[in-house]
Design a protein around this ligand. Structure first.
Ligand code: KG4
Ligand code: ZN
Length: 410
């Protein structure tokens, strides 16, 4: 069943949404395919932002068992599921492959063998139907997903936080990005997944079937106090917009070991302070993300990269599902006079919808329609736009840490 968007269409006097009036003559429909990591996602989306059909074969539960994404296991599952995923999305949309305008597929960044599964199938469909292909950058797709739901004009600031990435960028156009900051070590989702595993959260029934980051969020909600444990904030003295999470991971593991030894915890047992430890750890991650985002806002203001009508921040990627972290960014937004948006949860995590939507955005800009994608066009590592990190460093902007626990309750 088609899912009709609730927002982002202004109603004109005739009663027809502006977007529909504009698009009646030029409506496009795209099939999107995503296989860059551990989700086989597919969707049919039109240029009005209507999801006509979608499917998602998530491998999350399998990888929770393995303690991380195993590329070979993911590859086998993508191969088993890709045909089913595409068929399901097309069937739900009641659209035949011959009737889509193009096939969008993730070509970068991601796990090489997994990207290849999606590209191979997209090429097969393109050959079968004579439709063009649109190569998609996975992080660009995360960055623009919120524009399906809200009128967010270019330029805007984006914070992309997931299991594979941590990026701060200025989005100047569909295909024009300035990278302001990135993680110097691990992304926050990966750290949360590892910490959740070490805390043995999956032994607690209610957390056993969710991603590590979500388990930490749920456990934190049960904490009596989020200030029970203190974490030193990472790289506070570096006046840039980069991130570092490995120190926080080491610190939380040290505190966990100390408590385990104090309580004589053995095997599968869990420390009694697990909720409080999750809450303090989550708060430290949120404060670090908020601190760097605030500097990015000040930088964009100083350099006049963003001005009055465009004071918007988008948060996306799997970790953006975290309500506490999102609210922490909202605290910064309120302080700096910025609106803060995120896509709905199913569009924050990996999915085929954002790939199809990115295809629509690219089609509207009349960019990149191809008839073939070679293996050399598939890139496991691919930066997001042009690096502006040195410019941020040169600006040497001091930003005091905003103590999020003063603004937010659990
Ligand atoms: O964007 P995504 O689906 O895949 C990558 O590209 O990485 O993000 C997955 C990550 C995982 O690390 C997962 O633990 C994290 O997003 N995640 C969360 C939440 N839901 C998913 N992290 C914190 N809080 C959540 N509620
Ligand atoms: Zn992703």
């Amino acid at each position: 069943m088609a899912f009709i968007l609730r927002k982002c269409v202004k109603i004109v006097k005739s009663g027809l949404p502006i977007r529909n009036v504009r698009d009646l003559t030029s409506r496009k429909t795209i099939l999107g395919i995503e296989t860059s990591c551990d989700d086989t996602g597919c969707a049919v989306v039109n240029s009005n932002g209507v999801i006509l059909g979608e499917s998602l074969y998530s491998q999350n539960l399998i990888h929770v068992r393995y303690g991380g994404v195993n590329p070979l296991v993911a590859y086998e599952l993508h191969r088993n599921n890709i045909e089913l995923a595409v068929k399901e999305a097309l069937d739900k949309s009641s659209i035949k492959i011959e009737n889509v305008d193009a096939i969008a597929v993730t070509t970068q960044p991601g796990m090489l063998i997994n990207l290849k599964v999606g590209v191979k199938y997209a090429k097969y469909l393109a050959k079968l139907s004579g439709k063009p292909l649109i190569p998609i950058h996975h992080m660009e797709a995360h960055a623009l997903a919120a524009r399906m739901y809200e009128e967010i004009p270019f330029p805007f600031l984006v914070l992309l936080i997931s299991g594979g990435h941590c990026l701060l960028a200025l989005v100047r156009d569909v295909d024009d990005y300035l990278l302001l900051g990135k993680s110097l070590d691990n992304p926050p989702g990966e750290i949360m997944d590892k910490v959740a595993r070490r805390m043995k959260l999956k032994n607690i029934a209610e957390y056993s079937k969710v991603a590590g980051g979500r388990a930490i969020e749920l456990a934190a909600l049960k904490a009596k106090d989020m200030n029970s444990f203190e974490f030193p904030l990472p790289i506070v003295k570096s006046r840039d917009c980069n991130f570092s999470f490995s120190g926080l991971k080491d610190s939380v593991i040290r505190k966990l070991l100390k408590k385990e030894s104090e309580h004589g915890v053995m095997g599968d047992e869990i420390i009694p302070e697990v909720h409080e430890l999750c809450a303090s750890f989550q708060c430290a991650i949120a404060e670090h993300l908020a601190h760097r985002t605030e500097r990015a806002v000040v930088f964009c203001e100083q350099k006049k990269l963003i001005t009055e009508p465009n004071r918007n921040i988008v948060v996306s990627g799997g970790v953006a599902c975290n309500n506490f972290i999102f609210k922490a960014i909202e605290v910064i937004g309120t302080k700096m006079g910025y609106n803060v948006f995120r896509p709905p949860p199913k569009l924050c995590t990996d999915n085929g919808i954002m790939i199809a939507w990115n295809g629509i955005e690219k089609l509207k800009k009349k960019s990149i329609l191809v008839t073939n994608i070679d293996d050399k066009d598939i890139h496991p590592v691919a930066p997001l736009g042009k690096s502006y990190i040195d410019e941020v460093v040169k600006s040497n902007i001091p930003v005091k840490v905003t103590r999020i626990n003063k603004y937010l309750k659990l």
